[in-house]
Ligand binder design. Structure first.
Ligand code: ATP
Ligand code: MG
Length: 338
């Protein structure tokens, strides 16, 4: 009777909770704890439910000398690792309460933030080191050498430009992320927008000896004109940069029926060397590059597709990447019409 009372009480706890009597018997659990630790654990020894020694010693310590004890526990479920912070507290009369808080996401977010800061610092440090080196040279060795001075200033301009682009892209990314929940509402005509993007990339196309061909009928989507311009600039610029030189980049508009209603699909297809499937899921990560040396050489920051992903998701659309190595890549953006 008492046990069911406890079970009912634990049912109100919004995370896995388990009550242990003394240190050797599980007295009650809520449904979340049963799902996490196993169905048949009530009345058994807590060691049946929990295999982490740190948690078991916390239970013993609380049962014997009272107080609140913390321990961490890792569980592998469906091939995924989950990390729990377990708070073990003595409740008097030999009762010990264990609360399991899933901190996997918090840990992951922390790790991502650390990675991000490390990446940004690294990306900024490279051009900055070059700039400092050249300033030093200009003040001393190249002081009276006009030809060297011009050459160094050109490199410095290039490096400063890279830092400038990096900061611009980082700001853009954080702005898009901040407003990602607010869906843009302006009426944007997609074909006209693509024509504008293609003509602004004429210089890049000419340099690569490539042509961009646009096909398909127009469509109007609720959107943000500037951000969509950015999306297709990034995708078409990538197709020109990473597609084979002297080839055709095809931009194709087509209507698409999705489960959420009618949409328009914009496909950007190149005839480059393509992308190995192992890289595809990671392309939209910040700073992820297949060939980082080549991307940096071309002045890329590795943030282009991350920005694309956030803008497209703000438009309630999605990005899909298909590629056959050796034959080219196809980046498709689907944007809902309503
Ligand atoms: N069409 C493509 N064909 C082959 N690889 C591609 C293509 N588009 C992108 N990639 C790969 O994906 C990586 C990430 O692309 P992304 O646009 O995010 O960065 P970037 O082009 O290196 O830099 P930025 O866009 O900031 O100039 C690229 O470095 C490249 O390796
Ligand atoms: Mg790019």
């Amino acid at each position: 009777m008492v046990d069911t009372g406890f079970a009912r009480l634990l049912q109100g706890v919004p995370m896995p909770a388990m009550l242990v009597q003394r240190e050797d018997r599980v007295l009650a659990c809520n449904a979340l704890a049963l799902a996490l630790l196993g169905d048949g654990i009530v009345d058994r020894n807590p060691a049946v439910a929990v295999r982490t020694p740190a948690v078991l010693s916390a239970i013993s310590a609380a049962a014997r000398s009272g107080g609140v004890h913390e321990a961490r526990m890792t569980i592998r479920r469906d091939g995924q690792e989950q990390l729990f912070q377990v708070t073990v507290s003595a409740q008097g009369e030999g009762l010990v309460l264990c609360i399991f808080r899933d901190i996997s996401e918090v840990e992951k977010a922390g790790a991502m933030r650390r990675d991000f800061v490390a990446n940004v610092s690294h990306e900024l440090r490279t051009p900055l080191t070059a700039l400092i080196g050249f300033i030093e040279t200009l003040r001393h060795a190249a002081r009276d050498d006009p030809a060297a001075r011009d050459r160094f200033l050109a490199i410095m301009e290039h490096e400063a430009g890279r830092m400038n682009r990096l900061v611009r892209d980082l700001l853009q990314l954080s702005r898009v992320e901040a407003e990602e929940r607010v869906r843009p509402k302006d009426a944007v005509e997609v074909r006209g927008l693509l024509e504008g993007v293609i003509s602004s990339l004429k210089g890049v196309a000419e340099r690569e000896g490539s042509t961009v061909v646009l096909a398909g009928a127009g469509a109007v989507v609720p959107g943000d004109q500037d951000q969509l311009t950015q999306v297709f600039t990034n995708l078409i610029e990538n197709a020109l940069k990473y597609g084979a030189a002297g080839q055709v980049v095809r931009v194709t508009l087509s209507p698409e029926d999705t489960v959420r209603g009618p949409a328009v699909r914009v496909e950007v297809a190149d005839q480059g060397e393509g992308i190995d499937p192992v890289h595809i899921p990671r392309l939209t990560e910040r700073f992820y590059r297949v060939d980082s040396h080549r991307s940096r050489e071309m002045g890329g920051t590795g943030l282009g597709l991350a920005i694309v992903k956030h803008i497209v998701s703000r438009h309630r659309g999605w990005l899909r990447v298909d590629s056959t190595p050796g034959e080219g890549s196809r980046f498709s953006v689907v944007l809902p019409l309503g």
